[in-house]
Design a protein around this ligand. Sequence first.
Ligand code: ATP
Length: 195
Amino acid sequence: MQIRRLRLSGFKSFVDPADLRIEPGLTGIVGPNGCGKSNLLEALRWAMGENSPKSMRGAGMEDVIFAGTGSRPQRDFAEVSILAEQVAGEAEEVEVVRRIERGAGSAYRINGRDVRAKDVALLFADAATGAHSPALVSQGKIGAVIAAKPAERRQMLEEAAGIAGLHVRRKDAEQRLRATETNLARLDEIIADQD
Ligand code: ATP
């Protein structure tokens, strides 16, 4: 998956709609302290489904919404869109949008269709990326990889190898299997009662 464009509106310091074209190759973000470099990386992780306000440097998820300044009122919503190219046989564009409104929580869309957070997580996990992808190197991340416990490091490698989505599907399949086994046992009891 190649991310082609990041679009933000009302997200943290990006109060006005901002569009960033991401060209092929390595992308670096430079600028003076406090200009919003980390906010951009956070916007990317947030739209991919990040659910920890702490990792967004906030107390609650609504803290990602532009909080207002001396000259500008706060906003009621934040929206981030990721346009990416999936290379599965032939290139296909996919747009993922996450929006949060004060008092109403988050909503996700993939190519204009309302979806669950889980669908977005699966989309990115299958593409070997996502909110916790080792491809997104934020400040302090290198140190975290070095200090990680073996199990955590294995998880990072699995995400990099693109098999994290399989774990989620396996858990789902196991839950469905258990439910089916319970139903079968119940059916056996009903049949035995009728004999
Ligand atoms: P550094 O180089 O110091 O790490 P940076 O370029 O990474 O800085 P960020 O940390 O991305 O900068 O941006 C910080 C700015 O974002 C601060 O000015 C902060 O006030 C602003 N900011 C964060 N959250 C919000 C919000 N909800 N509403 C308005 N502004 C916000």
